[in-house]
Every structure is written in structure tokens, then in C-alpha cells.
Design a protein around this ligand. Structure first.
Ligand SMILES: [Zn+2]
Length: 264
């Protein structure tokens, strides 16, 4: 799971440094740094950070080529400054803005990729569970998209609040008996599932009693419809469709952290 993007900007010209430093200015999960020392980079990084090295090249632009290219998996991005730095040394600000936005979009796409959101949902689930009373109080928090896609019923994303509420109201629908057993012997909650192929499923569980997490294979898993049904019923709490949350999953984490700081 990635919840922070560090742009490791390799110094080129002053204008380009400035331009790349302002990418993601309004997104606190994108952290730009120009030529950071390895100590600084290490301090800014944790297990859930992805570092993208930003290089520049300067050559004439062809209309069909893109000014920002990258191999995100390999962690590198290349900006062609020839796109906005004119021959006479002047700057085409309109084109520079396009470069800034493209870079920001690339970083944001890593965070908002569906697989990443689902991993984030599973990672933060214990925190969401312990904050569920707060989530129920505010429709904006309640309807944050979990990244889990409702395959059978609505065809829409499953709201975080509705998943929690469904588990709260009828835990037995989400409790599963594990082959190897949970560390504490109780039945853990099913917090996500993947239909891998044919009759193969992967189930993700978390136990509210002993906190253990499991990722297990299942055969012909039939409970997913029931779980989705329960989530859809819980979504009626505020009226599904009446509220659209402006927040994403990471905003929800921030909002809950802020409010727990305030109440301390
Ligand atoms: Zn347990």
C-alpha cells in the first residue's frame, strides 16, 4: 500500500525546480524534494512511501510525444523541458502548467489506483472500526468510497460507513470460521475478498479481539452476495445516492486523525 509519494527532483534549471516543487502543493500526500540528501530522503520515507525520481531532458518536442513520461513501477519520471522553455530563453507558462498538472496526476494515480485503495482500506480497517461512531455521525465520512466494488447488487463502490454499519448490526454475516483458526479462537471478520478465477477466492480477515490478520484461499465462496446485500441495506441509513462524499479514503484517515487530536 502506498499512502505517500515523494518526488525526488534532480536539479536542472531554477524554473524547472520551482515548477516541479509546486506539483501536488494542494495534496499533502505528495512531497516534492529537490536533490535531497540520502539522510533527508530516508527521514521523509516510511514503509508506505513510494519515491519517484524526476529527471529532466531538454530536446525539441514533437507534437505526438508527451512532455512527461515515466516508468512508475521502476520509480522514475522524465520531464522534457524543451516543451515549455523556448529557444530564446522565455517560458511558455501555459505549457509549463500542463507539465505541472501531468506530474501531479501521475503521482495521484498511484495513490488512487483501485488495488492501492483496497490495500489501504484493509490496512486502515482497524482504525476505521475503532472510529466507526464518528463515521456514522457524518454522511460525508460515511459515504467515502472504500475501493471495494459492489459486483452483484448496485455495481457501485461500497461506502466505508455502510460496510462498518453492516458488520456492526449483523456480525454473523461477516464472521468466518478459519481452517487454522484465529490466534484467539474467535471468528474473525471478513473485511475484503477477491474473486481470483473460476471458483478460487482470496479472503481477507481481521479479528477485532486479537487484531490478527489473515489472507486465505477459499473454494466456491458463496457469502459475497450476502455481505453486499447487508452493505447495501446499511447504505440506506442515510439514503444511498443522496450524499456524495467529496473525500477519498486517505482524506478520511486524515479527518479521523484530526478529530481525535482535537478531542484529546
Ligand atoms: Zn482473534
Amino acid at each position: 500500500m502506498t499512502d505517500k509519494i515523494i518526488l525526488n527532483i534532480q536539479h536542472s534549471d531554477d524554473y524547472t525546480d520551482y515548477l516541479l516543487m509546486t506539483a501536488g502543493l494542494t495534496n499533502n500526500r505528495i512531497i516534492p524534494m529537490v536533490n535531497p540528501s540520502s539522510e533527508k530522503l530516508k527521514a521523509a520515507k516510511d514503509n508506505n512511501s513510494k519515491v519517484l525520481r524526476c529527471y529532466t531532458v531538454h530536446h525539441p518536442m514533437y507534437t505526438w510525444s508527451s512532455p512527461v513520461t515515466g516508468d512508475i513501477d521502476a520509480g522514475s519520471i522524465t520531464v522534457n523541458t524543451g516543451y515549455y522553455l523556448e529557444e530564446d530563453g522565455s517560458i511558455n507558462y501555459h505549457k509549463a502548467e500542463i507539465v505541472r498538472q501531468s506530474l501531479e496526476e501521475m503521482a495521484n494515480n498511484v495513490l488512487m489506483a483501485n488495488d492501492n485503495l483496497r490495500e489501504a482500506f484493509r490496512h486502515y480497517f482497524p482504525f476505521f472500526w475503532s472510529s466507526r461512531a464518528k463515521i456514522y455521525q457524518d454522511p460525508k465520512l460515511f459515504f467515502v468510497d472504500s475501493g471495494l466494488y459492489g459486483q452483484y447488487i448496485s455495481g457501485e463502490g461500497m461506502p466505508v460507513g455502510a460496510i462498518l454499519k453492516a458488520m456492526d448490526e449483523d456480525p454473523s454475516t461477516f464472521q468466518i470460521r478459519l481452517g487454522g483458526g484465529c490466534s484467539c479462537g474467535k471468528k474473525p471478520l471478513l473485511i475484503d475478498y477477491d474473486h481470483v478465477y473460476d471458483a478460487y477466492w482470496t479472503l481477507y480477515t481481521w479479528c477485532p479481539v486479537c487484531q490478527s490478520r489473515r489472507e486465505i484461499r477459499a473454494w466456491n465462496f458463496a457469502r459475497s452476495y450476502q455481505c453486499e446485500r447487508a452493505v447495501e441495506d446499511a447504505a440506506a441509513y442515510y439514503g444511498r445516492g443522496k450524499v456524495v462524499s467529496p473525500l477519498n479514503l486517505f482524506d478520511l484517515v486524515d479527518a479521523l486523525r484530526d478529530s481525535s487530536l482535537r478531542s484529546e
